[in-house]
Design a protein around this ligand. Structure first.
Ligand code: PSU
Ligand code: MN
Length: 322
């Protein structure tokens, strides 16, 4: 029995040969996290800003049972089109499911297609040899507000504790979650949460959450030194870098809190739980904020991809100095 390989795109191979660092990007945010056509525009913008920073984007997904590192433009289009309204009954793209790490074997065995969450993306990136390396996303999964009774805690947290050598650039955890419990849970797992030019945990589409962070850095070089120190100490797991949404696109924390309360009540009324819960809540918050949260979500995803590219480059420089 041989180990199943991860299929790399031509562009990823060429970048590796040139010594250009890669930035891993997840695909759940494209397929299940944002509506069409903003999801396609955002996925393209994220790849573009990673390249502007001098790194190479490698979006991760499972295509016909193949684990892929780096997607061609028509493949990104296919994933994004899953969220497009169907025009003709029966027509439309192949089914794309939301895959976290535990789903990968079943999807590969069945030859299926899947968008990968943070947990699956981190695992694939590491398996493909990207560590020490960087991935970018919007908001991490975490402890849901009723986790005491539902046990709904994102597997993102466990995978972060395992993803040795990886840095995840994000804007905190999705604000639909229990943020204090999620921070506690990351501390328990030994995952550092470091503010980028902030001493406070960002509130995903809002800039603030009211929760203080103990560690802060102010430049890509400082981030690179922190990640490489984590690694050279032999400490396991990923480092989480949190950057607030750009000011011009941020949403008011009060408006956000009201929208989330409404979305949670609606989810309870409809009995929505498990995997569809996060996409449902994000959609309901989008509607309740008149699209303001969509604008903020897109803006922070692009800003985080840019910063991830800058840090990936700084890590090459810092390693050369060591
Ligand atoms: N960031 C976003 N939107 C998203 C996600 C992240 O801005 O939709 C996705 C990520 O893939 C994350 C997942 O891993 O949501 C968490 O889902 P769950 O709560 O079901 O574990
Ligand atoms: Mn969950």
């Amino acid at each position: 029995m041989h180990a199943r390989s991860i299929v790399r795109s031509l562009q990823v191979d060429e970048a590796t040969a040139r010594g250009t660092p890669l930035v891993a990007l997840e695909s759940t945010v494209i397929a299940q996290g944002l509506p069409w056509p903003e999801n396609l525009e955002t996925a393209r913008a994220m790849e573009a800003v990673v390249r502007e920073a001098g790194a190479e984007p490698s979006t991760i997904a499972v295509l016909d049972g193949e684990i892929r590192l780096g997607l061609a433009p028509d493949e990104i289009l296919e994933i994004a089109a899953v969220a497009a309204p169907r025009t003709a009954p029966g027509a439309g793209p192949r089914p794309w499911v939301k895959a976290n790490r535990r789903d990968l074997s079943a999807i590969v065995a069945a030859g299926g297609c899947a968008a990968t969450t943070v947990s699956a993306t981190l695992w694939i990136a590491r398996r493909a040899g990207l560590a020490p390396g960087v991935m970018a996303t919007g908001g991490l999964g975490g402890v849901h507000r009723d986790a005491g009774t539902t046990f709904d805690v994102s597997t993102d947290l466990d995978e972060l504790a395992r993803a040795d050598g990886m840095l995840v650039v994000c804007s905190g955890m999705k604000s639909i979650l229990d943020l204090p419990a999620t921070l506690e849970s990351l501390e328990t797992r030994g995952v550092p949460v470091v503010g980028y030019r902030t001493g406070e945990l960002p509130g995903f589409v809002a800039r603030t959450s009211g929760l203080a962070l103990e560690h802060r850095v102010d430049s890509p070089e400082e981030v690179a030194r922190l990640v490489l120190a984590h690694r050279s100490l032999g400490l396991p797991g990923a480092v989480v870098l949190v950057q607030p949404v750009p000011e011009a696109d941020a949403i008011d924390p009060g408006l956000l809190a009201r929208a989330i309360d409404g979305a949670l009540a609606e989810a309870r009324r409809r009995g929505i739980s498990g995997k569809p819960l996060t996409p449902f809540l994000l959609g309901a918050v989008r509607d309740a904020t008149g699209g303001q949260s969509l604008r903020a979500n897109r803006s922070l995803l692009v800003a985080n991809a840019r910063l991830a590219g800058e840090v990936a480059l700084a890590m090459v420089g810092v390693r050369a100095d060591c």
